[in-house]
Write a protein that binds this ligand. Structure first.
Ligand SMILES: NC(=O)c1ccc[n+]([C@@H]2O[C@H](COP(=O)([O-])OP(=O)(O)OC[C@H]3O[C@@H](n4cnc5c(N)ncnc54)[C@H](O)[C@@H]3O)[C@@H](O)[C@H]2O)c1
Length: 332
């Protein structure tokens, strides 16, 4: 059988083909699944999609009408999938519930240190043979306070690194993680976390209850010299409100690997297009802001595990085996 994989980066293609070898052929497309590209899936029983795929009602209807029965999403997050519609249409949808949380946690720390120590600006300067230090002053992490929103797998890995730096640990989550408590984390309400933390890092999933958890009010509560990092989902931050605060000259640094309107932009080369997103255009002009395009997970280890799990999800589906990676049909 041939499987159709959408949104495959060139680095990933040989890994996907190798992982499926001996099981199935794979047709890898670099385009993302959306309303325009969904008709390509006609005739494919099994497709695989990437994190920025659009799996709304219309796309799912098109897929089902074309004969698709199984969607193997190659990510942990699944806020891009209308699971109710998928279930109603009788589709099987899987995701990858576990892969290296260190990939994302370590990248979040790369953002922290890059904005804190002005690494990008320093590199641009030295390439231009400008060796001045003005404006490049950072701050020690040791002894400062980190606030981690969401202390699951990635939040815990991020916290371990913060512990290594010798930071005071504050956490906010619906459930306390005993591993984080053992490291000395104190769980507080999010208002206290926003007010007291020198560094705030977001690791909660995007849900209706967490959408714009960092809104105008939360941003105003934060210290003027705080560092804010979002490597979870763009919708957690009200970006327009963030831009308004940055215009006031606030924050030591902001590192964003995700952006609420990233679909249709991130993972694509838009360098020759007219920029239509004024918020993003303004955001990248601030000297204390660093934006990357959803690459925190992109290590050879994490991508390898994602692909391995995706192959297993497909084989489980074909053998009628249930696994924790199946999102629908829900277990009754
Ligand atoms: N940038 C990237 O490349 C990338 C890659 C993978 C994951 N992510 C994001 O990171 C997020 C976290 O991943 P994880 O593997 O640590 O997930 P996880 O499920 O292990 O942890 C999520 C944590 O959030 C908590 N939580 C859930 N709902 C909450 C709520 N309403 N309020 C407060 N806390 C809540 C949970 O209790 C849990 O501790 C994912 O949901 C995804 O959005 C980003």
């Amino acid at each position: 059988m041939e499987i159709l994989a959408f949104g495959v980066q060139s680095d990933e293609k040989p890994l996907i083909e190798k992982a499926f070898a001996g099981h199935h052929d794979v047709r890898c497309l670099d385009v993302f699944l959306n309303e325009d590209t969904a008709p390509i899936a006609a005739g494919y029983e099994i497709i695989s999609t990437s994190v920025n795929a659009t799996l709304n009602n219309r796309v799912l209807q098109t897929l089902a009408a074309g004969g698709t029965q199984m969607i193997a999403q190659r990510s942990t997050g699944f806020n891009n999938i209308d699971l109710e519609v998928a279930e109603r249409l009788g589709l099987t949808v899987s995701r990858v519930s576990y892969y290296s949380p260190y990939s994302v946690a370590e990248f979040a720390w790369a953002l922290v240190m890059a904005v804190n120590r002005r690494i990008v600006r320093a590199s641009i300067r030295t390439r231009d043979f400008d060796f001045r230090l003005d404006g490049l002053m950072g701050r020690d992490m040791r002894g400062r306070t980190v606030g981690v929103l969401g202390t699951g797998k990635i939040g815990e890995a991020f916290t371990r690194i913060a512990h290594g730096f010798g930071m005071n640990l504050l956490g906010w989550d619906v459930a306390e993680n005993p591993e984080c408590v053992a490291l000395g984390m104190k769980y507080v309400d999010k208002e206290q976390l926003f007010a007291e933390a020198d560094l705030i890092s977001l690791h909660v999933p995007l849900l209706p209850s967490t959408e714009h958890i960092v809104d105008a009010a939360a941003l105003r509560t934060m210290k003027d010299d705080a560092i804010l990092i979002n490597s979870s989902r763009g919708g957690l931050v009200d970006t327009k409100a963030l831009v308004a605060e940055l215009r006031e000259g606030r924050f030591t640094g902001v590192g964003l690997d995700v952006y609420e309107a990233e679909a249709g932009l991130f993972f694509l080369d838009k360098s020759l297009d007219v920029v239509e997103d004024d918020t993003l255009a303004r955001l990248v002009t601030f000297p204390n802001v660093l934006v990357t395009s959803h690459q925190a997970y992109y290590t050879v280890d994490a991508v390898g595990q994602i692909i391995e799990a995706t192959v297993k999800n497909v084989l489980d589906y074909q053998a009628g085996r249930r696994s924790e990676n199946v999102l629908v049909p829900a277990v009754s």
